[in-house]
Design a protein around this ligand. Structure first.
Ligand code: NAP
Length: 299
């Protein structure tokens, strides 16, 4: 607890897109002493000017973690972007948090987390959750669904060509925006909850790629048809477009998980946590219509 009676809150990976947005929300809420931990402190210079304490921390460097986590009450552990190669580092971060006396860890996990999840990201999240369960700290698992924001990368091309390719059959996903994930994380950090909870952070509905094609057509005014592919064809297409095979397989594993129904999770946990309605895919795409339909989006 800091001198002002408010908790000291730390965000790891604070220079990432989610991390920066959480810092902004914590500043807006005047939530306490705010610490941003990152591999690249210079990226957070603007936040330092607004009063955020910026500390250097890299999950690959255990010593940096214990130092960075000193005096912290509640910590947001943002999963890193090195899927398949991050479990040891995230476990090191959990151990450093416990050693530093952190009382509660909020962790950005994945929907329907399982040791043998089809999505390649699943086992790392499962292992990190297990490390937190084995610790003596309180925790909040935010089992975030897939970011709606991903469509800003993939859907422009589908709108331009009229064809949406995926290998998820008619499986559905409870898409949630990154903005709403940030709001959930800020709320879980600041609500003072001291126990242990697992929350499925999802959007308002589960949608298939047939639904996405329909929404994309309505938003763009151009017909978009979903063409289901086999997993092999999807991977081949991505590799043909220049992606390395392991990355193509990692991305395709989300389609495989979707086809099996593993990401068809919808709850009202977001609203209960934040008091807000989650943004729907249709509203998000409509708000980003320009980015989805301008010529550059077709690349
Ligand atoms: N639900 C979804 O659909 C979805 C989609 C994409 C990603 N994610 C997950 O959500 C996380 C946050 O999303 P985002 O959009 O903010 O991604 P992002 O902008 O790509 O951020 C990547 C994050 O990984 C952190 N990181 C990477 N290596 C690290 C290391 N060695 N030690 C500590 N931190 C490390 C970065 O921290 P610094 O650079 O500040 O050190 C940064 O916070 C991602 O990392 C990923 O695990 C979820």
């Amino acid at each position: 607890m800091s001198d002002n009676g408010k908790p000291t809150l730390l965000v790891t990976g604070a220079s990432g897109k989610l991390g920066q947005r959480v810092l902004e929300l914590l500043l807006e809420a005047n939530a306490g002493t705010i610490v941003g931990a990152t591999r690249t402190p210079e990226k957070l210079a603007a936040f330092a000017e607004k009063g955020v304490i910026v500390r250097q921390a890299d999950f690959h460097d255990g010593a940096s973690l214990i130092k960075a986590f000193e005096g912290v009450d509640r910590l947001l552990l943002i999963s890193t972007d090195t899927i398949g190669n991050r479990l040891d580092q995230q476990i090191a971060a959990v151990k450093a948090a416990e050693a530093a006396g952190v009382k509660h860890v909020v962790y950005t996990s994945i929907a329907n987390v399982q040791e043998n999840s089809t999505a390649q990201a699943g086992p790392d999240h499962y292992g990190t959750e297990q490390a937190l369960i084995a610790s003596k700290m309180g925790y909040t698992f935010l089992r975030n669904s897939i970011y709606t924001d991903m469509f800003l990368v993939t859907l422009g091309q589908a709108i331009a060509s009229g064809t949406l390719y995926a290998a998820s059959g008619d499986g559905k996903i409870g898409y949630i925006t990154r903005e709403d994930c940030a709001r959930a994380a800020a709320a879980a950090l600041t609500d003072g909850f001291e126990g242990r909870r697992a929350l499925d952070i999802t959007g308002p509905e589960a949608l298939s790629q047939y639904d996405i094609a329909e929404i994309a057509s309505a938003v763009s005014g151009k017909p978009v048809t979903y063409v289901p592919l086999t997993l092999e064809a999807l991977i081949k297409g991505m590799v043909g477009a220049g992606l390395p095979q392991p990355i193509a397989e990692m991305i395709a594993s989300f389609d495989a998980a979707t086809a099996k129904g593993e990401l068809e999770v919808v709850t009202n946990a977001f609203e209960e946590l934040t008091g807000r309605k989650p943004v729907s895919v249709a509203d998000f795409l409509a708000a980003n219509k320009e980015a989805l339909t301008q010529p550059a989006a077709a690349h």
